[in-house]
Design a protein around this ligand. Structure first.
Ligand code: AMP
Ligand code: MG
Length: 406
């Protein structure tokens, strides 16, 4: 049995990047950016109007008011996407819509509400004076050309997609998603929707793990439920080793009769790097490699497999895609966290920010490794190394946000 930090160090030493691929922007959401994105042009790209109104020379409008309107000659219109091609002289104006290029010669916008309105008449009355630059979005005021917009390693979500699109990137270089093979084992398992016979239970791990694999960026290429039988395990594992960068099993890795996963993995050529970690839950965790494939054997207990996935596999799937990791966090306990004398303890918890801006947290009371309801409202995993004394309210504890929850 090895300590948690050693297990994590061993895993880290076997990680290789997945490399990258080019995808169309409409397929880039949720992927990890594999290049830095720089602005090829300034934003705004050209001086344009922030309001619907008239493009004028500001100096012409001096002294204009409702009582003393200024009359300008309207020489054309500039629409978004259809600029006015000429230029305006003193005493002239053009209609100019939001997003339209500012015509040559104009240096301010008078909003339409401060005028006699849009019409096809040649003369327009202006009811207020304006100053140079008013209601004009200046070229480059938001982003200068060649500015770094998004760093490599960012998870692409709505904000990044918007910026990539706004700067014209029709395709983008992203990390290749690791191919994952997932299987659960257990003669007692029945798929949800079917009826249960005596002693049977529903297969929940497959859904939990499948969802977390996808959120971390993995691509499931093979998935099955295997009975506790050596030859069925061997068939699945052989095929998984040929296709997957990461193989994840649930169940059958412990000490029971019928727990064949470890021995079949080893017989299939997997090199074991550790089996059993000094932790609760998740003691029987297995890690091995075969060529460049990483193999994780998770215990079947639902809380154990959930927490082991979050602690050991989620970071791996993200790291091999070179996603920038979340920083480690500390939070202050509001309730007692009972510590194990000899084992590293993980528990589902909830964190929040109190009125003083301090990060607070508490663990859930019903947290046996078979009690999956403890995950329902969890947004973090709390952990404490082995120790003599329980942590008490006010103590700080290490906290890891569950990546896909706020
Ligand atoms: P095992 O690790 O195979 O000894 O299983 C430990 C416990 O987890 C047993 O109570 C199993 O019935 C349960 N278990 C195993 N696999 C699953 C699964 N896929 N979904 C829900 N419970 C499971
Ligand atoms: Mg089992």
């Amino acid at each position: 049995m090895i300590p948690v930090h050693e297990a994590k160090t061993i895993i880290k030493s076997f990680l290789n990047g997945t490399g990258s691929e080019i995808v169309n922007l409409d397929k880039a959401g949720g992927r990890i950016l594999y290049e830095c994105i720089n602005a090829d042009f300034p934003m705004p790209r050209f001086d344009n109007s922030a309001m619907d109104g008239f493009a004028v020379k500001a100096i012409d409008t001096m002294g204009a008011s409702k009582e003393n309107p200024l009359t300008l000659k309207m020489v054309g219109a500039s629409y978004a996407g259809k600029p006015f091609e000429g230029s305006i002289q003193s005493g002239e104006c053009t209609q100019c819509m939001t997003g339209a290029m500012i015509p040559k010669g104009a240096d301010a916008i008078v909003i339409v509400e401060q005028s006699s309105g849009f019409s096809d008449k040649e003369m327009v009355q202006i009811y207020s004076q304006t100053r140079k630059g008013n209601h004009i979005r200046i070229q480059g005021e938001e982003v200068k050309e060649n500015t770094l917009l998004i760093e490599k390693g960012k998870n692409i979500s709505a904000g990044e997609l918007g910026i990539l699109a706004a700067f014209g990137f029709g395709e983008v270089n992203v990390a290749r998603r690791p191919a994952v093979a997932l299987f659960s084992t257990g003669n007692e398992l029945v798929e949800p929707g079917k009826s249960l016979a005596k002693g049977q239970i529903y297969n929940s791990n497959m859904f939990v793990l499948g969802d977390m694999i996808k959120s971390a960026g993995g691509k499931i290429v093979l998935q099955d439920v295997i009975s506790d039988d050596k030859s069925s395990l061997k068939t699945f594992i052989t095929s998984a080793l040929n296709q997957a960068d990461i193989i994840i099993s649930s169940g059958g890795i412990s000490m029971g009769r019928g727990d064949y996963v470890r021995s079949v993995l080893i017989e299939s050529g997997v090199q074991e790097h550790f089996w059993k970690v000094n932790q609760k839950p998740g003691k029987p965790l297995f890690f091995g490699t075969a060529d460049t494939s990483l193999i994780f054997g998770l215990p079947g207990n639902p809380v154990s497999s959930f927490i082991c996935f979050q602690e050991y596999i989620d970071p791996v799937i993200r790291e091999i895609q070179q996603e920038t990791p979340l920083p480690p966090m500390k939070a202050t306990l509001t309730d007692t966290f009972s510590v194990e004398k000899s084992k590293h303890r993980f528990r589902f918890g909830k964190y929040w920010i109190n009125l003083n801006g301090k990060i607070m947290c508490s663990a859930f009371p019903h947290d046996g490794s078979h009690m999956l309801t403890s995950s329902l409202d969890a947004n973090c995993i709390l952990e404490a190394p082995p120790g003599e004394f329980d942590l008490v309210p006010g103590d700080e504890i290490t906290m890891k946000r569950i990546n896909w929850r706020n």
